[in-house]
Design a protein around this ligand. Sequence first.
Ligand code: BQF
Length: 295
Amino acid sequence: MAKIIDGNLIAAMIREEVKAEVAALKRHGVTPGLAVVIVGEDPASQLYVRNKHRDCTEVGIESFGFELPADASEERVLGLIADLNRDARVHGFLVQSPLPDHVDERKVVNAIDPDKDVDGFHPVNVGRMLIGERALLPCTPHGVQQLLVRSGYDPAGKHVVIVGRSNIVGKPLAAMLMQKASGANATVTVCHSRTPDLAAHTIRADILIAAMGQPEFMKADMVKAGAVVIDVGITRVPDASKKSGYRFVGDVDFEAVSEKAAAITPVPGGVGPMTRAMLLKNTIEAARRFSGSRV
Ligand code: BQF
């Protein structure tokens, strides 16, 4: 049976680190601030945003919420972003996705000051990251990297196979893990929906990352015995036995794969909590840079 990598536990450790860093910044007269913008009333988004505010409160980061109606114009969203770019209390901010169809997500991301872009989605941060410059890193791939390193599975010298090529997970994670840097130095293969004979690739992975957004797609016969398996998927599926009416399912067939892998992340409680923790790290990083890196 595989060791279960406890994302909740490692994320809690990171929050403790952030708490101490916040205290140090406050001693230097800087109270780190995060703003979260939500457009519309998607219940999943509202839950994610509530959790982000709660995390900030726990570690001493000041958090600011901005709620716009679903029919808010693109100009209004861009106007709010311009305000937040100028707001000295706000060291970092994000616009919760998904956005309504009439709001262009690229336009929104491009409008954010790259030094306040705590989601790490602005092209300037993507570019900085790719060439190994200091950047605000996207939270989910950074969380995956930290989860690996902190649970004793350093990617250095390993063959990492990533399934999924999204701009928020697959692509940036590949770039991060192939860097010449500590916690990286992996040999990376990226597979996707148009990869012929996917299993021929996944079976060769020392570290297998499932990030394709297809519930329980990764089966045991696609995994090498002794591999480390990281499940980035979170699909909501209806479940009448839950009081919420749904449950979260990962991209990995956990039952079967956990009998073959050396280690595996659960869903929930694996990558998700790490994503949240890395947002706090980015907020501190933005605040620290704002204060001139003296802390
Ligand atoms: C867990 C997200 C898709 C689209 C927009 C903990 C989160 C999720 C799962 C969470 C996500 C996913 C977030 C668990 C933030 C991760 O225990 O497994 C935390 O809050 N996430 C988001 O803000 O927007 C998304 C996924």
